[in-house]
Ligand binder design. Structure first.
Ligand code: URA
Length: 422
């Protein structure tokens, strides 16, 4: 087969055949198709799209590029959740042990943050001793011990996606619904979960800025899951403002532990419980309600077992940044807007995120919110606290926040926390 023919077919708005898709993904994974050729094809796909048949074929070819995990040795159903990423989105941390405490196994492969969105593994790595890299046997051991495991995907899982995602990241070809849907679903299907709940974020802090785009992505992913025999549902949820009151690695672990202890911000608790109920329903597990498992301490027990089984000390003090700076409310009134992207960018510039994959992150850096949109604020009182290891970072973080919040007379429009179910 000739790669130029495949590129030209898509460039001219044609449909790729199953054989073309299988060949191009396999040849790219083996290095026979060059990065610049795949970049041209990815751009042609971004501009001209793919139909459902092409997307399903593309996803299957990416799954077939590597191993498929198998949890059939476990005695209970498996359930997983995937979020398309946002600011302050620490939900996986309380959710995985919560669902385990209610009776399903949660084998969750997670990623690191890139850009303004945080990554679950970076957050958990702020816990002293905790290890993200596990072999398949170790994963099974942690699942049996704690009911939930959150770790990095091994290099054998959807290697075509690993290579393609890194290429898309540097060629302006991330924002394509067919490519995002196939990238996410190839990894989740290869991970071997029996059921999957997708949290598709909408708003300034998300990939998808509008509900229409998010709905299209959600419907595409739900169809891919169903085709592969994975019971899949999606929620569209708000990412116009940050989730919870903490943005940053250790800060978000601290907030997650508050939720597991029965407290925590109401939006984090509400979304965690809603997603847990969806996961249990998709997995066909009934019994304990997630709200009860937060109250009776069983979710916290599962968290402690999960962290300890991966080498972490759940009682160790979390790292803190050396420097803090308070941003005060500019006037008295109602906080009408606190933009998720502005806060995410500020946290990134404070050191919580990375610009390149190989960069380290600061465990203690980030932003603490003292008010959310709709809350009353008083001029001169703290609105945000910035945390950084080095005070020189504050200037650029403050610049990121400029225009990112507003105080007015009456509450502004915010998206409902859960917008719709797909
Ligand atoms: N997350 C992924 O895993 N892939 C994408 O393409 C976008 C977000």
């Amino acid at each position: 087969m000739d790669v130029i023919e495949v590129i030209v077919a898509k460039r001219d708005g044609g449909e790729l055949t199953g054989a073309q898709i299988d060949w191009v993904i396999d040849a790219y994974t083996r290095g026979e198709v060059a990065d610049e050729q795949m970049a041209a094809l990815a751009m042609a796909i971004l501009l001209n799209g793919m139909n459902r048949r092409e997307i399903a074929g593309w996803t299957r070819a990416m799954i077939d590029s590597g191993e498929r995990m198998d949890w059939s040795a476990l005695d209970r159903p498996t359930a997983d959740k995937h979020s398309t990423g946002g600011v302050g989105d620490k939900i996986t941390l309380p959710l995985a042990p919560l669902v385990a405490a209610c009776g399903a196994y949660v084998p969750q492969l997670s990623g690191r943050g890139l850009g303004h969105t945080g990554g679950t593994l970076d957050k958990l790595e702020s816990i002293p001793g905790w290890r993200a890299s596990l072999s398949n046997d170790e994963m099974l051991g942690v699942l049996r011990e704690a009911g939930a495991v959150v770790c990095a995907a091994g290099s054998g899982l959807a290697p075509a996606d690993k290579k393609l995602y890194a290429l898309r990241d540097v060629t302006g070809t991330v924002e394509s619904i067919p490519l995002i849907a196939s990238s996410i679903m190839s990894k989740k299907i290869a991970e071997g979960t029996g059921s999957l709940v997708l949290d598709v974020k909408v708003g300034s802090g998300a990939f998808m800025k509008t509900s229409e785009r998010a709905r299209e992505l959600a419907e595409t992913m739900v169809a891919l899951g169903a085709d592969a025999g994975v019971r899949t549902v999606a929620l569209l949820t708000a990412m116009d403002r940050p989730l919870g009151l903490a943005v940053g690695n250790a800060l978000e672990v601290e907030e997650s532990v508050e939720v597991l202890a029965g407290g925590g911000p109401s939006d984090v608790v509400e979304l965690t419980v809603r997603l847990a109920r969806e996961m249990l329903e998709a997995a066909g597990v009934s019994g304990k309600d997630p709200a009860d498992a937060l109250r009776d301490g069983s979710a916290m027990d599962a968290w402690r077992r999960m962290i300890a089984a991966q080498g972490g000390d759940p009682d160790a003090p979390l790292p803190r940044a050396a420097e803090t700076l308070t941003v005060e409310a500019p006037s008295t009134g109602v906080l009408t807007r606190l933009d998720a992207y502005a806060v995410g960018l500020a946290a990134w510039r404070l050191g919580a995120g990375r610009a390149r994959k190989e960069d380290p992150v600061s465990a203690g850096a980030g932003v603490t919110l003292h008010a959310k949109p709709g809350d009353r604020v008083t001029r001169g009182e703290p609105l945000l606290t910035l945390h950084a290891d080095d005070a020189a970072r504050f200037e650029r973080a403050l610049a990121a926040l400029e225009g990112g919040y507003a105080v007015g007379e009456t509450a502004g429009d915010v998206l409902p926390l859960v917008i719709e179910r797909v």
